[in-house]
Write a protein that binds this ligand. Structure first.
Ligand code: HEC
Ligand code: HEC
Length: 341
């Protein structure tokens, strides 16, 4: 009897401790999710305006030799851009750049090819990563959705209502104003999809891990919200600077110093991210060609293939030759580092 009472007492005490612990976990994680972020709106134009270089390129593209007059006198030169619908060319180009970005940055992978929303992960005890419908159809973005709302989630990881979003946005913090504008121009042209997605959520397992600091907090807590933004990405010619800008999409997995190692944020079944620095344990001995082959086919110099889910080369490798070579130059310029632990 005495023993049974004692065991009962211990169980009640354990239950109370567990209850208190879960109460603490819930309060802590709920206050993270409902935290309000004040993000200064940046006035960004869309579609992105033409600069002098774009206009010069267009003039060269549309230049025609002046037609000789009847008397054989050369006619006065005409502006090749006269009669061209510059506004629509501007929009078309922005949409095209935006589409390439949406592929490379994985937006389509999560939000669906049609951008109509997609369940990325839905395991009730752990979490739901449910990418919403980004079209202007029913269940999608509201008609008055602005470029500032868009910027808030993409570069800051903050929802339209100002609270913490569960979109893993850390890789997008460094995007330039032009790139954000191009992405927005692209999503606005997608055909409307009528689809209502349920909200994303944290289950108890995730809440305990976040509260104990075992997994990183949502992107909004890791982003420098006051970072000054670039107007445009570096020019499209082979350079270390362009490579450094583009390689920002690799750091979520390969880490900020590109030394690789286990991926904290990813599926635990994934292999560790490779070391991309010119170290013995990294890309030392690789040629530019080897790198191009990997980024275009997922194949390493020894003929083996990388895990295409863990290393999504079809998306992150969606780069032009100029861009791929720039990333290679940048990786080669890094200080060699042993692989992260
Ligand atoms: C890993 C999956 C994933 C990737 C990659 C991703 N998103 Fe999201 N996105 C989400 C989730 C999940 C949410 C919902 C977040 C929430 O409600 O807390 C979201 C929300 C959004 C919203 C807000 C929609 C609304 O209804 O307010 C926009 C806009 C958006 N994403 C755009 C993008 C763009 C642009 C990209 C690429 C640069 C991108 N996303 C990449 C998962 C993703
Ligand atoms: C979602 C996570 C993720 C992203 C984003 C990512 N990688 Fe990877 N990458 C990996 C993983 C994991 C491996 C190891 C794959 C394996 O061992 O099968 C890898 C392997 C590689 C390799 C092969 C190296 C070797 O020694 O085998 C190269 C090169 C590479 N990544 C380059 C890049 C570049 C460049 C970017 C950005 C443009 C990038 N990765 C973005 C996860 C990622």
């Amino acid at each position: 009897m005495v023993w049974a009472k004692r065991i009962g007492g211990v169980l009640v005490a354990l239950g109370a401790i567990l209850g208190l612990f879960m109460g603490w976990v819930w309060i802590k994680t709920s206050s993270m999710l409902s935290k309000h972020w004040d993000i200064d709106p940046v006035r960004i134009e869309h579609p992105w305006p033409f600069g002098d270089a774009d206009l010069a390129q267009l003039r060269a593209q549309y230049a025609r030799p002046p037609e000789p007059t009847a008397e054989g006198e050369p006619a006065a030169p005409t502006d090749p851009l006269a009669g061209l619908d510059l506004e629509s060319v501007r929009r078309q180009r922005a949409v095209k750049r935006g589409e390439a970005l949406a592929i490379r940055l994985g937006c389509l992978e999560c939000h669906g090819e049609d951008l109509g929303g997609n369940v990325v992960m839905d395991v009730a005890p752990v979490m739901g990563i449910i990418a919403p419908n980004l079209t202007l159809g029913n269940g999608g973005l509201p008609g008055e959705y602005s470029l500032d709302d868009f910027d808030r989630i993409v570069r800051h990881g903050v929802k339209r209502d100002g609270t913490t979003a569960l979109m893993p946005a850390v890789d997008y913090e460094f995007l330039s104003n032009k790139e954000v504008s191009d992405l927005f121009a692209f999503i606005l042209t997608k055909p409307h999809v009528d689809r209502q997605m349920p909200p994303s959520y944290w289950g108890p397992v995730m809440r305990v891990m976040v509260a104990l600091g075992r997994v990183p907090p949502p992107a909004a807590f890791r982003i420098d919200h006051d970072r000054s933004k670039r107007q445009e990405p570096p020019p499209e010619k082979v350079s270390v600077e362009l490579g450094a800008h583009l390689a920002k999409t690799c750091v979520g997995c390969h880490r900020a110093d590109y030394s690789g190692g286990p991926i904290g944020d990813g599926d635990p079944a994934w292999p560790p991210a490779a070391n991309l620095t010119p170290h013995e344990e990294g890309l030392k001995g690789w040629t530019k060609n080897d790198f191009f082959t990997l980024m275009r086919s997922g194949e390493r110099p020894d003929g083996s293939k990388v895990d295409p889910h863990a290393m999504p080369w079809q998306t992150v490798g969606y780069l032009t030759d100029v861009q791929t070579e720039s990333v290679w130059l940048y990786l080669e310029s890094l200080p060699p580092k042993p692989t992260g632990r």
